[in-house]
Ligand binder design. Sequence first.
Ligand SMILES: C[S@@+](CC[C@H](N)C(=O)[O-])C[C@H]1O[C@@H](n2cnc3c(N)ncnc32)[C@H](O)[C@@H]1O
Length: 274
Amino acid sequence: MCSFMLRQMMGATELAALVAAVREGAKYRHLDSGLVEAVAAAELAKGRSFKESVKATRNKLHQVAGAYLPDRPDYAKWLKVISQAANDDEQRAAYRQVMAYHASTRERLPFLDTFYSTILGDLPPVHSVLDLACGLNPLAAAWMPLAAGARYDACDIYQDQIGFLNHVFQQREQPGQAFIGNLLVDVPNQAADVALLLKTIPCLEQADKNIGARLLAQINAPVIVVSFPARSLGGRSKGMVQNYADHFADLVAGQPWQVNRFDFPTEMVFRLIR
Ligand SMILES: C[S@@+](CC[C@H](N)C(=O)[O-])C[C@H]1O[C@@H](n2cnc3c(N)ncnc32)[C@H](O)[C@@H]1O
């Protein structure tokens, strides 16, 4: 066997060991294995020790995904909370209670009553939604002005979260499905009336600087709602809104798209009509 092949085999073994070590942590066990492997491979290439590579991979995965969720999301309990609701009001209260467990939906709760009606209210009837890097946002469908029987598809990178969302969809007889989708490697090509890409571009750009433009080019929807946080998870806001507004202007420069901007206390939203 030549030394190149031997080195490749040793690299593959070390990568597999690194992925396994990272996934031993409860927080990382349910993450899409392709994403863990890609982040681990990039960290391994930096030539650190094995232990440092485990730590660095976990840090990176925490930044892009883990930071938004509690350490041990109790999906069984959350499902129970939702299933015990006896009427529409109780169901909305239950959805709110559960959405509060994800930092991204939690921030939106104070203005949820007007968020989707402001952004989608003047559009022709919306029969399908594609929610990319959805977190717990599919629970907010009850606040969206959608056509009766509208389809809702959603993706994220946690297997347990996707399982939970599919249970909720079943419970409320929601057409559509939640599925595992790593946007860094694959942009779902299914068509939808509206695609949601909420507060996600900055996360993904930590791993791939070109992902924003690629997503906007490949998403198969005439309306895309893109948003950016107006402050960091730690609460800092200095310059963020202007920086993201400038960045978004670069992303859409030269495109013949209609852009509307909507500002909320913790979120800046752009609606693209193409
Ligand atoms: C800031 S949160 C936004 C969640 C949701 N869109 C919202 O606004 O409520 C970012 C989301 O991106 C997801 N995510 C991170 N990397 C991803 C990837 N490579 N592919 C798909 N989703 C990813 C995380 O799990 C997390 O749910």
